[in-house]
Design a protein. Structure first.
Length: 124
């Protein structure tokens, strides 16, 4: 199950990366768009790709402690480097830590011509 995304349907889209540049089982971070403050990150599991705003719902800090380090050691969940909260990859639901029951902010995506596209305003 993929997350219920935010983002404007029918608005302008921007390329996040090529699908081929996000290996199966991997996560990758992306800086904010020009004028933005919060980056995004993508996680791929087979043909499914989830994109989230890189901000923990607990205190708003970025989740990664080093570039592209968004997953637990076994790769089963997304983890917040600040306090260890763990989130389901497919839903963004926090299942462990201080924000249990809260969710990461999902971003609507389209995959077109081998590109992962997100709304132009995602991360602003």
């Amino acid at each position: 199950m993929m997350p219920a995304p935010s983002g404007g349907a029918g608005g302008k889209m921007r390329a996040l990366c090529r699908l081929a540049d996000l290996p199966d089982g991997a996560a990758r971070g992306f800086g904010p768009p020009e004028g933005g403050f919060t980056g995004l990150f993508a996680v791929r599991r087979g043909d499914a790709v989830a994109v989230y705003v890189n901000s923990c719902p607990h205190i708003g800090v970025p989740l990664d402690w080093a570039p592209d380090r968004f997953l637990t050691a076994d790769g089963a969940r997304i983890i917040c480097a600040t306090h260890g909260a763990e989130f389901e990859i497919g839903t963004g639901l926090c299942v462990r830590g201080p924000c249990i029951g809260e969710r990461l902010e999902a971003v609507m995506i389209q995959i077109k011509d081998g590109l992962i596209l997100v709304p132009e305003e995602a991360g602003l």
